[in-house]
Design a protein. Sequence first.
Length: 252
Amino acid sequence: MRLTLRIWRQRGPEQPGAMTAYEIDGISPEMSFLEMLDTLNEELILRGEEPVAFDHDCREGICGACGMVINGQAHGPERTTTCQLHMRHFSDGDTIDVEPWRAAAFPVVKDLVVDRSAFDRIIGSGGFISAPTGSAPDAHATPVPKPVADTAFEHAECIGCGACVAACPNGSAMLFTSAKVVHLNVLPQGQPERESRVLDMVGAMDEEGFGGCTNTGECAVACPKGIPLQSISMMNREFLRASVKGGGRNRG
């Protein structure tokens, strides 16, 4: 396959960026999108040019490190992570635009790399259970109904890639935050911090500069793990309940 790539190049967060065109040939349809970028970078290095910076780690659709906007879509045309997107979904002669996540809370570090540490700070504000667990409990010592376990597992699948924020016209992190809140709040182990968790995590999300949710639903469509849109309404109910009962740790 012969392709034209138009890639966002930006040397640093304070420097201006621009789309730069590259021609690349010999791309196999069985290559992943990241392998195609690796091939481009090898050619750039051989020509004495600076390679394109992009995030990646496991390349198995698990870690959430990879993430870029491909032809205007978060992670590209398939509902999967960028590392699991293969070149067979493109055609010979295509022009492909590749850009970083676009959100005020995700500043560009370099080229396609953005700073997603805002997600870490949201999790750090309440996305955990602090009660001592002691030794490993006996099986079934804490009964969890299957529907509850299914809901917790469904939301625990969130890998924090940021596609929901990139796809949202408001740059909202509501789907990400709701996945982390609901995952723990539905389980019996998460009940002691149920109120403080949702208040603190929503508060941290707002402080990071993410936009508000207007229910466009683009986040759920872009999510490679299929986090459902109704998780946002579940978190909103949790937030209302907690607001009535009392404040979180950071609210006196």
